[in-house]
Design a protein around this ligand. Structure first.
Ligand SMILES: C[S@@+](CC[C@H](N)C(=O)[O-])C[C@H]1O[C@@H](n2cnc3c(N)ncnc32)[C@H](O)[C@@H]1O
Length: 231
């Protein structure tokens, strides 16, 4: 079950995408270019209207398969990217054995979804993801923290996993007079806690003038990089 999406999300995109989402789009492009999958097929999970995915980036794939329950989002996606994915069942079946088997061998991208679904048992879902994604090329970008009236300064973020205390140090309160701020910590980063050899990126997504997100991007390091670093 998603905590977001639908008409309110499309409305926010209409109001704020041009003015505020540019930096997020650029950071997402840089992240996807670092990921750089060589597969010719992509399985896209939860793209909504494809607002975060930079135009043109999907052109590298011969075929795109996607799970997206929102029918309006599918239409917006097709118009924005000028291509028609093979739309699979509406909801991706989280927790089901073999859920990534079709299409076999396609690169898998969780597109800003994992921070927005209700996760009942983080450890169980993380274990399932680790088993099912074994041997696959995959990436996810997702919400890590979010709040109102704050910014995230990720300048000193490296390529390693940032734990909550490090993420908290990136928070800047816009109005220093505020005595209390509320920051939501999303479960998505913990899904990957037991994975080995992952490469991370962090950036801010300014959804509305007031509401900001710390986005975490993650994918497995290439074998050569992982081996070098373990020496
Ligand atoms: C906030 S949107 C993601 C943002 C989007 N990737 C973008 O670039 O703007 C979350 C999307 O996930 C979709 N969703 C929710 N549960 C899903 C599931 N189980 N499988 C696939 N999509 C799902 C929702 O319909 C919604 O469009």
């Amino acid at each position: 079950m998603s905590r977001s999406g639908g008409i309110p999300y499309h409305w926010k995109a209409l109001l704020h995408r041009k003015a505020l989402w540019g930096a997020h789009e650029q950071a997402t492009r840089a992240f996807l270019e670092r990921w750089n999958p060589t597969e010719k097929e992509l399985l896209l999970i939860g793209p909504s209207g494809g607002y975060s995915i930079p135009p043109g980036w999907l052109g590298r794939f011969d075929r795109i398969f996607a799970y997206e329950p929102d029918l309006l989002a599918r239409k917006i996606f097709e118009r924005r990217h000028g291509l028609r994915p093979v739309w699979l069942e509406r909801y991706f079946p989280f927790g089901k054995p073999g859920a990534f088997e079709h299409p076999a061998g396609a690169a898998v991208l969780f597109s800003n979804l994992l921070g927005q679904i209700e996760i009942r048992n983080v450890k169980k879902l993380g274990t399932w993801l680790e088993q099912e994604l074994q041997g696959r090329t995959w990436a996810s970008f997702h919400d890590a923290l979010s709040g109102h009236g704050i910014d995230f300064d990720t300048e000193d973020a490296g390529r390693e996993r940032a734990l909550l205390p490090a993420m908290k140090r990136w928070i800047h309160v816009r109005n220093p007079g505020m005595r209390q701020i509320e920051v939501l910590s999303h479960d998505a980063p913990d899904l990957f806690a037991s994975f080995k050899n992952l490469q991370y990126s962090y950036w801010q997504w300014t959804l509305t003038p007031e509401h900001t997100f710390l986005t975490e991007g993650v994918f497995p390091k290439r074998a050569s990089v992982a081996e070098d670093e373990s020496c």
